[in-house]
Write a protein that binds this ligand. Structure first.
Ligand code: GLA
Length: 387
């Protein structure tokens, strides 16, 4: 892949000068969904798929961007004087947003760049192709211009740009996983203070399998922003009787004892999910440390039920995948992963059941919805870097 972007770069922009290559991964979240903007815990890991770039600094303020995934769009030209979002800019709103956010943070970009990109995360799969593009851009800027920013800062800048340049009020999980991932580890991150620890994922006799439903429903970002607003409103209501900062501060018992101050049934369900999911994530990591993978799987399944019924971010196709998976022998746990409304499920499957899992689920899913699912048996990789 590195060679692929370098070769394309030389073809398009010439071979001279200091051309460098970079990679930033996508992520899969094992448990802790829609908790990252509610002050809760998440447990994602970086994948070995992601976005690659070859880049070179220019001598002027122009920016030339080319994605091998969108060949037809050709080279898109812009400039450091034109860092404003526009529909016309399409995918380039992500790198442009990160450049804009660096400048907002006081890191003035001295020159423009030429960049060629190639991503191998399936489009719209909910495996964080946009976060990987943001973190990749941050990594390029840090390296090329020598900015004094940590990888955590790069994650935060990526999130800031997505919130304020691209209008998606996402939490920090995706960018954090892409920037801070570690081979063979998931990241147990407390989003209230960004404290984190790496937990080794040593599944002796099981694999992580991602199933792509290959559906993406429209209005995903507006539905996502709605959930966020509902959770925030519920928090405000709870704060009238409780001294808390976030929904992540609450135990299940505290929630149950105070939920009646939330004046709508929908908001009660949203808050319930945020509170219980956070507690489930803490329990799941403890179970993993105790080598109790069965308990981890049960918590994954409960997470799905809560996302389906209380947070209402699943959809028919994803529920079909999960229901089918739960019936297949050797499946330890299965749930929707990521923002929802389509995308992927994540399952933990016993080694000797993986082939049957893929064959059976593939066949039954196609019968039920009329199109095929895609399967990826996952390796956990490192976070973004120069390659
Ligand atoms: C999307 C967002 C994340 C997180 C998940 C849900 O992936 O980008 O910040 O909120 O949805 O857990």
């Amino acid at each position: 892949m590195k060679q692929k972007v370098l070769t394309e770069f030389q073809k398009l922009f010439g071979a001279e000068g200091d051309i460098r290559a970079y990679f930033a991964p996508g992520r899969v979240n094992l448990i802790g969904e829609h908790t990252d903007y509610n002050g809760g815990h998440v447990f994602p890991c970086a994948l070995t798929i992601g976005t690659y770039a070859a880049a070179r600094v220019r001598e002027d303020k122009n920016i030339r961007l080319y994605s091998m995934n969108f060949e037809k769009l050709g080279v898109i030209e812009t400039s450091l004087d034109d860092l404003i979002p526009s529909e016309k800019a399409g995918w380039t709103n992500y790198p442009k947003g990160v450049m804009w956010a660096f400048e907002k943070r006081g890191f003035k970009l001295p020159y423009g760049l030429d960049v060629v990109l190639y991503g191998n995360i399936p489009n719209g799969s909910g495996l964080s192709s946009s976060a990987s593009l943001e973190v990749l851009t941050g990594t390029i800027l840090k390296d090329m211009f020598g900015f004094d920013v940590s990888m955590t800062d790069i994650a935060l800048i990526g999130q800031y740009s997505e919130n304020n340049f691209n209008g998606m009020n996402c939490g920090i999980m995706d960018q954090f996983a892409s920037a801070m991932g570690k081979k063979d580890c998931a990241i147990f991150l407390d989003t209230s203070n960004l404290n984190y620890e790496y937990a080794k994922i040593e599944l002796e006799d099981a694999k992580i399998v991602i199933t792509n439903s290959k559906v993406k429903h429209s209005l995903v970002s507006s539905a996502y922003n709605d959930r966020r607003n509902e959770s925030e409103k519920a928090l405000e209501e709870l704060k009238t009787v409780l001294d808390i900062e976030t929904l992540g501060d609450l135990s299940e018992e505290q929630y149950e004892a105070n939920k009646d101050v939330i004046k709508s049934e929908i908001r009660q369900k949203r808050a319930k999910h945020a509170v219980y999911e956070n507690q489930r994530t803490i329990k799941a990591v403890a179970a993993l440390k105790n080598n109790d993978i069965e308990e981890f799987g049960r918590l994954m399944n409960a997470s799905h039920v809560s996302l389906r019924d209380d947070y209402e971010v699943s959809c028919e196709e994803i529920d079909i995948l999960v229901d089918l998976a739960w019936k297949i022998p050797g499946v330890i746990g299965s749930r929707i992963t990521g923002g929802g409304f389509g995308g992927c499920t994540v399952s933990i499957v016993k080694n000797d059941a993986v082939d049957t899992f893929i064959a059976t689920l593939g066949e039954e899913y196609k019968k039920a919805v009329g199109h095929e699912a895609e399967f990826y048996v996952v390796d956990i990789g490192d976070g973004a870097s120069v390659i």
